[in-house]
Design a protein around this ligand. Structure first.
Ligand SMILES: *Cc1c(COP(=O)(O)O)cnc(C)c1O
Length: 222
């Protein structure tokens, strides 16, 4: 199916407070422009080098999101322009982002990634780890990085109840962080959850940012 049509099909059904991040990783500029011409402005990439190249070559009103974990030594390449980094889960990375943001005279928005899936992965915080991080002096000294919400990935499974429960867990974590650390912060609003296979469930469970790739651009060949 046509990329532009896919964009319209997805965005037409989204509630007003939910935005689509079109995940264009591994895809050529030509495909991104098809989505752009259909009105899409937010794109997600997970490799610093690819992202920097696409940023240079493509229209400047694109809002670029980094959807993985940038290596600390590469943050400097995206710091001048990145709109949101989904998937931050350590004080080390936060400090690096803060330092590079400062050099660019910017405040960079990030989401804390939580481990909500059953699958084991080295990525993502537990609620206890997030408490430790957010209460720390090291975190509260950072003035050029702003945590605007949370991000998570559900288990890759056909079991819809399980996926729903995991998204619900992330929404619960968001609510509890909001109460504890961000009650007065009107910028703490984002819940990044839902991909090609599960975004309708994520939207029902309170997602504000869905990250959809293969559903729009077709399967990826790595
Ligand atoms: C690749 C990727 C996506 C998009 O995955 P699809 O299944 O192709 O929609 C979403 N989020 C993250 C973090 C990814 O790495």
């Amino acid at each position: 199916m046509d990329i532009g049509k896919k964009i319209k099909e997805i965005t037409d059904k989204l509630p007003e407070n939910v935005r689509l991040v079109a995940v264009s990783k591994t895809k050529p500029n030509e495909d991104i422009l098809k989505a752009y011409n259909a009105g899409q402005r937010i794109f997600g990439e997970n490799k610093v080098q690819d992202l920097s190249k696409k940023y240079e070559e493509l229209p400047k009103d694109i809002e670029w999101h980094f959807i993985g974990h940038p290596q600390t030594n590469k943050v400097k390449y995206i710091a001048p322009f990145i709109a949101l980094i989904h998937g931050v889960d350590s004080i080390k990375l936060l400090k690096t982002i803060n330092k590079e943001a400062l050099k660019n005279n910017r405040v960079i928005n990030v989401l804390l990634q939580f481990h909500i899936a059953e699958e084991s992965t080295k990525f993502g915080l537990s609620p206890d780890e997030a408490d430790e991080l957010l209460a720390s002096e090291a975190f509260n000294e950072l003035k050029n990085v702003r945590v605007t919400g949370v991000m998570g990935m559900a288990t890759y499974t056909d079991d819809e109840d399980q996926v729903r429960n995991e998204f619900r867990m992330l929404k619960g974590i968001f609510n509890s962080l909001k109460n504890k650390y961000f009650s007065g912060a009107e910028f703490f609003t984002e819940i990044s959850m839902g991909m090609s296979g599960d975004y309708p469930i994520a939207v029902e469970e309170g997602s504000t940012l869905i990250r959809v790739g293969s559903n729009i651009f077709g399967a990826r060949n790595y």
